[in-house]
Ligand binder design. Structure first.
Ligand code: PMP
Length: 441
């Protein structure tokens, strides 16, 4: 029965060429970490709405919150008008931010997607500074809307679209395994920060004062690459000294995924602008930008949009935030992530095609390489997207959904719901190991 749905999708939806191309199943129902397809097969969902489903599918506290909204005649849509649910949601969100940031913060509700919030963040810092050039990072991903895509490092998406926003300067991200400077290890992030500072210092570098710097503290779509805490602190210092607003995109990393409530907290810094979506809506669409009050320069109606008042998403998000805090899911994500990485590192020690295992918390990437080809100057074999794709297929056959991403589509990404248990982790690692053996055979 899967086939019938897949054929109909392929005939009508261009979406069939994105996720379904690699994960060709039709989903019938879902609960917790599992989804069931139309043929009755059950899978571990380690894609989980691209990191959206912090509590997994249909968590009881989310269902309860949504049911209560429906049963009590709460409005589903209110544009920007306030409601008790919205107020409670903002209270809870602010209480989950570092106190020093929250006490002087403003919030802007945006359209339903992460991309919408990125658009808002960029407009905000442009308006506040009166400047237009932006500093972004190689391999970053910020969305598919026009400005968000312009800031993303992924060329594949951009090459056929003319007239992207100009004045984006792409800087090297501290990706130690494929070090853009050919050094690797700790030297990668030290050189990267020196390079950024030199560009901004040198009047001959050609860079005009930027309206902002944007990065992910752990690059997600770029291949689950954590930026070292020291590098993040350096970016904070460099931007602070020059009065450049620092925008941290926590669309994927936010709400416990990396082992802290927010990934910037690993470095002990505070951003000027924080972009949030995915998990914030408790599996329903919602995005916000939270920023320092001195940047709150919007004139009335300078940034508007119809679908910013999704009350069901706020109720589901509120229940999710409360559950994440009450059950210390950031701490749990840290422990489960460490367990999974340990298993994956064991596998790496016997499989030469596993080039790198990295990540933070439950945002883990495994870079697949072609061990038969000549290594780069750092001794790392070239990326092997074909093998990564075979491993993904073998995982799916064994009941495990994983995504493949990264610079060369050779990184297998683990993004399980944060409620994953120890036994789930062991089973996921076991299936993955079997799939790797089958694909490498
Ligand atoms: N920023 C980051 C870091 C993301 O991972 C994503 C989505 N994967 C986005 C922005 C864009 O979010 P959306 O797809 O909801 O527009």
């Amino acid at each position: 029965r899967n086939d019938r749905y897949l054929e109909s999708q392929a005939a009508r939806e261009s979406n069939a060429r994105s996720y379904p191309r690699r994960i060709p199943i039709a989903i019938q129902e879902a609960e917790g970490i599992y989804v069931k397809d139309m043929d009755g097969r059950t899978y571990y969902d380690c894609l989980a709405g691209a990191g959206t489903l912090a509590l997994g599918h249909n968590h009881p506290v989310v269902l309860e919150a949504v049911r209560e909204m429906l049963d009590r005649k709460r409005p589903m849509h209110t544009l920007d008008l306030t409601t008790p649910v919205k107020e409670a949601f903002v209270d809870e969100l602010f209480a989950s931010l570092p106190e020093e940031f929250a006490k002087d913060a403003r919030i802007q509700f945006c359209g339903p997607t992460g991309g919408d919030a990125i658009e808002a963040a960029i407009k905000l810092v442009k308006t506040a500074t009166g400047r237009r050039s932006i500093l972004s990072f190689q391999g970053g991903y910020h969305g598919s809307t026009h400005a968000a895509m312009s800031l993303s490092g992924t060329l594949g998406q951009k090459e056929n679209v003319q007239g992207l926003i100009p004045d984006v300067h792409f800087l090297p991200y501290p990706y130690a395994y494929r070090c853009p400077f050919g050094v690797g290890g700790e030297e990668t992030h030290r050189i990267s920060s020196r390079y950024v500072e030199q560009l901004l210092k040198d009047p001959e570098s050609g860079i005009v004062p930027p309206c902002g710097m944007i990065f992910e503290a752990v690059q997600g779509e770029g291949g689950s690459i954590p930026a070292p805490a020291e590098w993040i602190r350096e970016m904070r210092r460099i931007t602070q000294e020059r009065d450049i607003p620092l925008i941290v995109d926590e669309v994927q990393t936010g709400f416990g995924r990396t082992g802290k409530m927010f990934a910037f907290e690993h470095a002990g810094i505070l951003p000027d602008v924080l972009v949030l979506s995915k998990a914030i809506g408790g599996s329903l669409p919602l995005s916000v930008v939270v920023y320092r009050s001195k940047l709150d320069v919007w004139k009335p109606a300078a940034h508007i949009g119809t679908f910013r008042g999704n009350q069901l998403a706020m109720a589901a998000g509120l229940a999710t935030l409360r559950y994440i805090k009450a059950n210390d899911l950031p701490g749990h994500a840290e422990r489960m992530g460490a367990r999974l990485r340990e298993r994956l590192e064991e596998l790496q020690s016997r499989v030469v095609q596993i080039g790198d295992v990295r990540g933070r918390g439950l945002m883990i990437g495994v870079e697949i390489v072609d061990a038969g080809k000549e290594p780069d100057p750092l001794g790392h074999s070239p990326a092997n997207p074909q093998l990564a794709s075979r491993i993904q297929r073998e995982c799916l056959r064994r009941g495990l959904i994983l995504e493949v991403g990264g610079r060369h589509s050779a990184v297998i990404r683990f993004l399980p719901p944060l409620i994953v248990t120890e036994s789930d982790i062991d089973e996921i690692a076991r299936i993955f190991g079997e799939a790797v053996d089958a694909a490498c055979a």
